[in-house]
Ligand binder design. Structure first.
Ligand SMILES: Nc1nc2c(ncn2[C@@H]2O[C@H](COP(=O)(O)OP(=O)(O)OP(=O)(O)O)[C@@H](O)[C@H]2O)c(=O)[nH]1
Ligand SMILES: [Mg+2]
Length: 314
């Protein structure tokens, strides 16, 4: 496989090459290192925007609305949709979940879905790699959509430069979101479905919640609340303005570089841990752990001494 050729094609905006590279990083192919090395010098230009929130709140519709706005501004756009893929839906429902039909034929829009199922922790390494492919492919903006229901989604959203948390009226969402810890990660709040009853109450509740949090956090970025009707494209200009304002804030405070360094640190750690784990499994053909475990279970050895013995064998 000619990796430099593939990367060159991706750089030129060929959708097939982009898709191929993402598959390579997603499947942890043996070419992974070569791909990462070839991509890295081409990266660092994409603005990464994460969108999260409870199921059905309108994340995909809002993502699609933002794609239109960024396209209208002449940008090349990437979309990564992280699908929680319940055992029932699999990939089949993804077309509906990501609502990208309007952009499917636009050669300047790259859309990719990644399933959390079957990745068990691997998503922590696969997502930043996929992001890097889209960045290297010249995307000015990459939008990452995740369903914010658990820690792993929060972790993925933490990859973004700017994180948008969407809520909608009448979903009991405020409490659910707070539980999952997604309110703390929000840089911008969107109250979507503003055409529905109760939108003002949701905005008010949110303002209250933010004001409580702010006292603890001190003077920092003031998380704006944007009301939208994503299905009608209403509020898109305000949302883009809020995203731009946050981006400018990040740049002027030096926070953009800091966030990206944190993102890289997490990625390095995930790769290193995976590699250490693989090497541990390889200690004396993997029998070492089983033998130590028997001795610990039998009360012959304490687990710390056992762990020392295991790592000494690496
Ligand atoms: N009334 C109203 N409906 C909306 C609005 N935005 C989205 N919807 C509808 O809400 C439903 C869910 O929208 P999606 O964009 O798929 O929501 P999602 O958050 O991506 O959903 P999941 O990915 O399944 O969690 C769809 O039927 C949309 O048409 C809005 O502003 N107002
Ligand atoms: Mg969706």
């Amino acid at each position: 496989m000619d990796i430099p050729e593939l990367v060159g094609q991706a750089r030129a905006g060929r959708a097939r090459a982009v898709a191929r590279l993402i598959s390579l990083v997603e499947d942890a192919s043996p070419h992974l290192r070569e791909v990462a090395a070839a991509l890295t010098p081409l990266t660092g230009n994409a603005r990464v925007i994460g969108l999260t929130g409870p199921p059905g709140v309108g994340k995909s519709t809002a993502t699609s609305m933002l794609v239109s706005a960024f396209r209208a501004a002449g940008h090349r756009v990437g979309v990564l949709a992280i699908d929680p893929s319940s055992p029932f839906s699999g990939g089949a429902l993804l077309g509906d979940r990501i609502r990208m039909h309007d952009h499917a034929t636009d050669p300047e829009v790259f859309i990719r879905s990644m399933a959390t199922r079957g990745h068990l922790g691997g998503l922590a390494t696969a997502t930043p790699q996929a992001l890097r492919v889209l960045d290297a492919a010249g995307c000015h903006v990459v939008l990452i959509e995740t369903v914010g229901v658990g820690q792993s989604e929060v972790d993925i959203v933490a990859l973004a430069d700017t994180t948008v948390v969407l809520l909608a009226p009448g979903m009991g969402d405020g409490i659910q979101a707070a539980k999952a810890g997604i309110l703390e990660v929000a840089d911008v709040f969107v109250v979507n479905k503003a055409d529905r009853d109760g939108a003002e109450t949701t905005v008010r509740d949110l303002k209250h919640m933010i004001s409580l949090g702010r006292r603890e956090l001190g003077p920092a970025w003031r998380q704006p609340i944007v009301s939208t009707v994503a299905s009608a494209g209403e509020g898109v200009a305000e949302l883009v303005a809020a995203l731009d304002a946050h981006h400018d804030w990040l740049v002027t405070r030096g926070e953009l570089a800091a966030r990206r360094a944190r993102r890289a640190a997490e990625e390095i750690e995930a790769i290193a841990v995976a590699s250490l784990r693989a090497r541990l499994g390889g200690v004396r053909g993997g029998d070492a752990l089983a033998g130590l475990a028997e001795r610990v279970a039998a009360g012959e050895l304490d687990p710390y001494a056992a762990a020392d013995e295991l790592t000494a064998g690496m």
